[in-house]
Design a protein around this ligand. Structure first.
Ligand SMILES: Nc1ncnc2c1ncn2[C@@H]1O[C@H](COP(=O)(O)OP(=O)(O)O)[C@@H](O)[C@H]1O
Ligand SMILES: [Mg+2]
Length: 249
């Protein structure tokens, strides 16, 4: 396997939660996700979808196997390097939006760790850009309590975009939304994907899953892949959005 070929390469990645008995939440999985991919992760509750996403997002460490992210062998990184790689490559979107209630939309986006090396004015300019991208320019001074669910999720997406990630990892992002708001969020993911971002989305929403170009099925910790032949895969060619190869401290 050539570790440089795809944005994400897993080689027999396994996650066992210790206990008696231990839970094999992710059975050895070998797969690749490219920079142009739009992937839905589907499967019953408890099958291991979030476990897979957390491993991909460097929030969790696999029990065994190797994981290359953007060419970096993640198992060989020190915790600081892992955190830096996560901050510069990964954007997360969760079902519960996890916004700070007493901070404005602008501050929720500007106060992400990925901006911590910037001055306040640059942080705010970068945050405004991300807020523009999700169509919330007119809500920039609002508190989350004054926003609809769909708008809150868009703030969370703006926050995820803050570090100019290469991949958005989304765990049931429309689970708390009505179908109309969910459709808006799906449209937004497609716009981000068209902009050159890889998108991996865990979902029970058939509409969302059907619009992705690849599907990962997870059953009892086992991952299988099915591809949509009408959407040929991008094989990891540069997208024009490539970040420098250095890992920022
Ligand atoms: N921290 C944990 N400790 C022990 N078992 C866990 C932990 N997190 C998840 N599990 C178990 O791992 C399996 C997969 O969970 P999860 O990845 O959350 O599934 P899904 O997201 O598909 O609902 C389940 O059996 C779950 O109970
Ligand atoms: Mg889950």
């Amino acid at each position: 396997m050539n570790p440089q070929r795809s944005l994400i390469e897993l080689d027999r990645i396994e996650r066992i939660y210790p206990g008696s008995p231990p839970v094999e939440a992710l059975r050895p999985a070998t797969l690749a996700i490219s920079s142009g991919d739009y992937v839905a992760v589907v499967g019953p509750s408890g099958s291991g979808k979030s476990t897979l996403l957390n491993v991909l997002g460097l929030l969790d460490v696999p029990t065994s196997g190797r994981y290359w992210l953007d060419g970096f062998d993640t198992g060989r990184l020190a915790p600081r390097q892992r955190a830096a790689l996560r901050g510069s490559r990964i954007g997360f979107v969760f079902q519960a939006f996890h916004l700070m209630d007493h901070r404005s939309v602008l501050e929720n986006v500007a106060l992400t760790g990925t901006y911590s090396h910037l001055s306040r004015s640059r942080r705010h300019a970068a945050a405004r850009d991300a807020i523009d991208r999700v169509g919330l320019t007119h809500r920039v001074d609002f508190l989350p309590s004054r926003l609809s669910g769909g708008e809150r999720q868009r703030v969370a997406i703006a926050r995820a975009l803050a570090g100019s990630p290469k991949v958005l990892l989304c765990d049931e992002p429309t689970g708390n939304l009505d179908s109309h708001r969910a459709a808006e969020i799906i449209d937004l993911f497609e716009a981000m994907h068209a902009d050159g971002l890889a998108v991996v989305v865990v979902t029970h929403d058939e509409g969302l899953a059907a619009r992705a170009h690849r599907r990962l099925h997870v059953h009892d910790g086992e991952v299988t892949v099915s591809d949509d032949a009408t959407h040929p895969r991008d094989d990891g060619a540069p997208t024009g959005r490539r970040a420098p190869e250095v890992i920022r401290p």
